[in-house]
Design a protein around this ligand. Structure first.
Ligand code: HEC
Ligand code: HEC
Length: 351
């Protein structure tokens, strides 16, 4: 089923690319809704006038992308649970020596990352993988680069006991520690009102997960998808078109431009990495070097890039993607425009 969908996307991207080539530099004769501002550009984004070509039609956009939903959790009904989740997320006492919280590696003031290639844990030791952002992560098909946790609730229980990360010795030790903290007596009781025993290890995951479900970051791209054709400058729209035509959107699509499938790094041209990715989860030969396709929301802010954080700049990440996933050599113009488009994926509130 997934394969069929991918094939359909791939074919439509190619068909669209051919269609566009046939119209290079020309104007569309109708058929693209909301394109009446195609010749205008916003003063703030000067320089986007030339080479924009025809506007993007709604059908293509809808085929690849979906705007963020307003909400994925009832924030009123779950108020107490979300409150507890946030306190836990920020609390270094969830680590063995009271130094590391979820927020150390997934900083909410830094777009859910720490901007380090790999992250130091409670004893200063680093794991082998880059910390992905927690923003919008609840919308992914699974959690971690290799998808080994099914959702944010399950994921949150991992790092607390991970010896390199927060280093708590056992579930019982975590619960014993939290029980002694008076504020948690109230917070857990309110969050799990009417439940047998609020202090269960899995409830930590339930609460943190609920909080993470509130971490959605609407961007100008969402406004654009929702019909505001001036939300993106001409240059950003050009970048979006190039992104689609090159084939990037065959993997980076859907509501978070990724997060919805697993793909091999080095689809066309082999990519050097010792990390076997999803193979470590499934043991299936063809899953070697397969990773969850990362979301591109807030991507200009969440470097360094790739599963091991080995790619320092976004320019380099874009070039490597074109080369290894699509077998294409891209020039300055492609990198510049796609990067401009990526800028429109940043949390609107931070702009
Ligand atoms: C020491 C740094 C560190 C700490 C502390 C930490 N994480 Fe992470 N987190 C990571 C790394 C590294 C990964 C990726 C690991 C992998 O894919 O194997 C990750 C992955 C994740 C993901 C998956 C995102 C995605 O796109 O797949 C979520 C969600 C997450 N962490 C939430 C949390 C929560 C909640 C806590 C606190 C309970 C926490 N993390 C504590 C480093 C950290
Ligand atoms: C065949 C699927 C596929 C295609 C096509 C593809 N990507 Fe990717 N992309 C991935 C995967 C998988 C990763 C994770 C690679 C890794 O970490 O080793 C990734 C990672 C990225 C990253 C880094 C994200 C991060 O958080 O570290 C960026 C940026 C990116 N892709 C942009 C692009 C661009 C631009 C294109 C088109 C030129 C493109 N991708 C085409 C699958 C794809």
């Amino acid at each position: 089923m997934k394969k069929i969908l991918l094939l359909a996307l791939l074919l439509s991207a190619q068909a669209y690319a051919q269609h566009e080539q046939g119209h290079q530099g020309g104007m569309h004769e109708g058929g693209h809704h909301g394109g009446k501002h195609a010749g205008e550009h916003r003063g703030k984004h000067h320089g986007g006038m030339h080479g924009g070509g025809p506007g993007l039609d709604e059908a293509t956009l809808k085929q690849f992308f979906e705007p963020l939903p307003a909400s994925i959790i009832d924030e009123q009904k779950n108020e107490a649970l979300i409150k507890l989740g946030k306190v836990l997320y920020m609390d270094p006492r969830l680590s063995v020596n009271d130094t590391i919280s979820c927020n150390s590696c997934h900083r909410l003031d830094k777009f859910g990352v720490d901007n380090e290639p790999t992250s130091p844990g409670h004893a200063g030791k680093r794991g082998g993988r880059n910390s992905p952002t927690t923003l919008n992560a609840a919308l992914h098909i699974a959690q971690f680069w290799d998808g080994r946790a099914k959702d944010v609730e399950e994921q949150a229980l991992g790092p607390i006991l991970n010896p390199v990360e927060m280093g708590m010795p056992s579930e019982a030790a975590v619960i014993a520690k939290l029980k002694k903290i008076e504020a948690y007596q109230t917070l857990f009781a309110e969050a799990f009102k009417g439940k047998d025993d609020p202090f269960q290890y899995k409830n930590i995951g339930v609460a943190i997960g609920a909080f993470e479900r509130t971490l959605l970051t609407p961007s100008r791209f969402d406004d654009f998808l929702n019909g505001d054709k001036e939300a993106l400058s001409q240059a950003e729209q050009r970048g979006l078109k190039k992104f689609i035509h090159m084939g990037c959107a065959t993997c980076h699509n859907g509501v978070v431009l990724g997060g919805n499938s697993f793909k091999k790094i080095g689809m066309v041209e082999p990519y050097e990495t010792a990390d076997m990715g999803r193979y470590e989860v499934t043991g299936i030969e063809s899953d070697k070097k397969v990773f969850k396709v990362p979301s591109l929301r807030n991507i200009t802010q969440t470097g360094p890039y790739f599963h091991d954080g080995s790619v320092e700049t976004l320019d380099e990440a874009i070039r490597l993607m074109a080369k290894h996933q699509l077998g294409r050599q891209v020039g300055e113009g492609f990198v510049r425009d796609v990067k401009l488009f990526f800028g429109s994926l940043t949390d609107k509130e931070s702009e």
